[in-house]
Design a protein around this ligand. Sequence first.
Ligand SMILES: NC(=O)C1=CN([C@@H]2O[C@H](COP(=O)(O)OP(=O)(O)OC[C@H]3O[C@@H](n4cnc5c(N)ncnc54)[C@H](OP(=O)(O)O)[C@@H]3O)[C@@H](O)[C@H]2O)C=CC1
Ligand SMILES: O=C(O)C1=N[C@H](C(=O)O)C[C@H](O)C1
Length: 240
Amino acid sequence: MNILLLGYGKMGKIIAEIAESRGHSIAGRITIDNMAELDSLAIKTIDVAIEFSQPEAAVENISWAISRGIPVVSGTTGWLHEKPVIEQLTKEKNTAFFYASNFSVGVNIFFKVNRFLASLMKDQVDYKISMEEIHHTEKKDAPSGTAITLAEGILAEQSRFQRWTLDEGQAIEADSLPISAKRIDPAPGTHTITYSSDIDDIEITHTAHSRKGFAMGAVLVSEWIQDKKGVLSMDDFLSF
Ligand SMILES: NC(=O)C1=CN([C@@H]2O[C@H](COP(=O)(O)OP(=O)(O)OC[C@H]3O[C@@H](n4cnc5c(N)ncnc54)[C@H](OP(=O)(O)O)[C@@H]3O)[C@@H](O)[C@H]2O)C=CC1
Ligand SMILES: O=C(O)C1=N[C@H](C(=O)O)C[C@H](O)C1
């Protein structure tokens, strides 16, 4: 595959390494400083754009590629309120758009474990539920996209919650799931859900040891998406 990297920071660099080690070529490495290079690319030679940039840049980057018929694999977090626009554009252009808040296989298994635990704990009202995510200090958004996906899994199973709230030390209403976000270097990403009662605690944690799982997932998905059209997710890729 010939891969266009939209965003070439911490993730883009590891993705390039893994992609090249699997025999793929890199059509372009786009950062905020060299966006003009997009104008000189041979669009027809690009098989996929992998987009890991920044919340405020994601929609423009993804729209640029989708409107040229280039399939996009995106992992940028913090922009999802605008996802319907991209989904509509994907249909209009008859191409493919794949989004995941987390591309690691381990986290996607953890998503399932989280939802199963939330369903088991449905009637256990003596347990207080909370979430904590820890990431490196360069992370721009809070809570993490992964934490939001985990929260959505809990909200789907626990009728006591109407929404989640970022815990910044304020009082949080009983119908809101509190999420605390800590920024500590060099944490690539740790997520913990705690059910706590006077009698005992139940805690599940996923700890990423590096960014390799995220980057490998994005490359594998890019290979898989080559013969696909439409809006796709990790559930489609992993056949969960
Ligand atoms: N879904 C997943 O599995 C994962 C998702 N992420 C998410 O991916 C995103 C990127 O993470 P990370 O690589 O760590 O971040 P970095 O800050 O290291 O890199 C971001 C890159 O995007 C570039 N950029 C900024 N604005 C634009 C723009 N307008 N167009 C093109 N490129 C731009 C930056 O350019 P410059 O260098 O010039 O500033 C930089 O190269 C984040 O949203 C993060 O939350 C991260 C890990 C896993
Ligand atoms: O910014 C990061 O680093 C990460 N972002 C994603 C998120 O917001 O969930 C995935 C991973 O946790 C690393």
